[in-house]
Design a binder for this molecule. Sequence first.
Ligand SMILES: Cc1cc2nc3c(=O)[nH]c(=O)nc-3n(C[C@H](O)[C@H](O)[C@H](O)COP(=O)(O)O)c2cc1C
Length: 207
Amino acid sequence: MVKQSKSLVYFFNNREEVEEKIWSLFKDALLIKDSPFKTPVFSNIQDGKPSAKTVVLRSIDKTSKTLFFHSDYRSAKIHYLKIDPICCLTFYNKDEKIQLRVNAQTKIHYQDHISLTAWQNTAHYSRKCYLIDQAPGKILESPGNSLPKEFLENGYTMEESEIGYKNFCVIKCSIISIDWLYLAAQGHTRAVINYKNTKNRFSWIVP
Ligand SMILES: Cc1cc2nc3c(=O)[nH]c(=O)nc-3n(C[C@H](O)[C@H](O)[C@H](O)COP(=O)(O)O)c2cc1C
């Protein structure tokens, strides 16, 4: 039987291309409605155990290698991130066949210029989660979302939504390293970009 020769992986086989693709996927997540990179899984250590949760990627900064998402300041993750600020953000794009595992150091921005700017740009409907009376994770006697009765019944104006700012924060994730995995029919490829190690910034590794 004659063996069919298969061409080698023909894209994402140089480091510049990999890094460019990563940041273009992050950018697409902000611009394209259904981008799978819009909702990464954020993991951190809570009470000694891994805790993974879906979040919405809200902004990026390629120059400082940072990613941002929003959260309720009263949520459990904030308490635990103050104890251990290291996190992992996992992204997967099925069509592109690319997985990224981003290790980062978090910083919580609460009642500062970063949180204020983000809050001012937060749409009316997105402010709803910050209007709930009780902290996320609190036990309720019956199913519900703890939204004040008047808001539940009559909705709320943009002005009324301002009280949500006291519950709002921005989590900045300063990237330490990115583990890139590209699933290719010809053979997967994997690489690590280490933003904190200038000597050994990029390595190909066994997938
Ligand atoms: C599609 C989707 C998007 C979400 N986006 C966020 C988000 O941007 N920020 C956030 O704090 N929680 C978000 N959540 C809720 C979290 O997954 C999680 O349930 C919540 O933050 C409580 O986590 P904690 O108890 O570990 O703090 C989202 C959930 C889903 C399903």
